[in-house]
Design a protein around this ligand. Structure first.
Ligand code: CA
Length: 255
């Protein structure tokens, strides 16, 4: 089988204690051109990462030596650019949120098919390597400033720590403030242009992004944009009211 687009030699660390699942993942990814290293414990994987640069980590949440959430936190702190996808049999939203909060970029709920995993990997890697050239360098919406080139977000000068997907979502919504953006459009733009299946991951990411923005804007006095849910359609980023525009009266500004 010829390597899938973009997969040629991409180094992937698999952290999975289940032999059947680990072997299956390794074989599937190798046959699609990825270069894999498989570990059964989080600590072994961490040691490997310190000596051998990787682009992607597939991380089981239930590990023998430690909780995958803790591993995700350690890995994220040491390797901010690494793409972390959690593999979890836990479906409770609280577990997913905890994992994303610890620094994972995405998650897949077991059982998942290799087709879905490969599609998700392709989408992530494409996002990782292509920056949208056509977008303005930064967008200012009240207290919030989003810088595309550096992928940084500030609220009144204080930087927010957003995960890759949260930044992509916020950037997609901020491209068109006060405009309804459909679920399909967001899934295509942030995840995969050929997305199919559940869009639950979108809601989970939006919920977390919303809580981060809410907490960051606690002292912004109404100068924060808010994410409005449009039932049956998608989401809209509402710019703060004009009386709350920033000091120069710039509102909303894209430059
Ligand atoms: Ca496990």
């Amino acid at each position: 089988m010829s390597p899938t687009w973009g997969a040629s030699g991409v180094p992937v660390v698999i952290v999975e204690d289940d032999t059947v699942i680990g072997r299956h993942l390794q074989q599937a990814l190798e046959s699609h051109g990825y270069h894999t290293s498989w570990f059964r414990t989080g600590q072994r994987a961490l040691e490997h990462l310190r000596t051998c640069p990787c682009e992607v980590m597939l991380l089981d949440l239930g590990l023998p030596d430690s909780d995958g959430v803790d591993i995700a936190r350690q890995v994220r702190a040491e390797f901010p650019e690494l793409l972390i996808i959690m593999l979890t049999a836990r479906t409770a939203e609280i577990d997913v949120i905890a994992g994303l909060d610890a620094g994972a970029d995405d998650y897949l709920t077991k059982p998942f098919t290799v087709t879905v995993l490969l599609a998700r990997l392709r989408a992530h890697l494409r996002r990782h390597t292509t920056n949208d050239q056509a977008q303005p360098a930064s967008t200012v919406l009240g207290a919030l400033t989003l810088e595309r080139s550096s992928r940084r977000v500030f609220v009144d000068g204080h930087e927010l720590r957003l995960r890759a997907k949260e930044f992509d979502l916020l950037a997609a919504l901020a491209d068109q403030p006060d405009t309804a953006v459909s679920r399909e459009q967001l899934m295509a733009q942030v995840w995969d242009e050929n997305w199919y299946g559940s869009t639950k991951t979108l809601d989970v990411h939006i919920a977390h992004l919303r809580s981060v923005l809410f907490a960051a804007g606690a002292n912004a006095g109404g100068r924060m944009p808010t994410i409005t849910t449009l039932r049956g359609h998608g989401y809209r980023l509402d710019a703060p009211p004009r009386e709350h525009a920033d000091h120069d009266g710039r509102h909303p500004e894209t430059r």
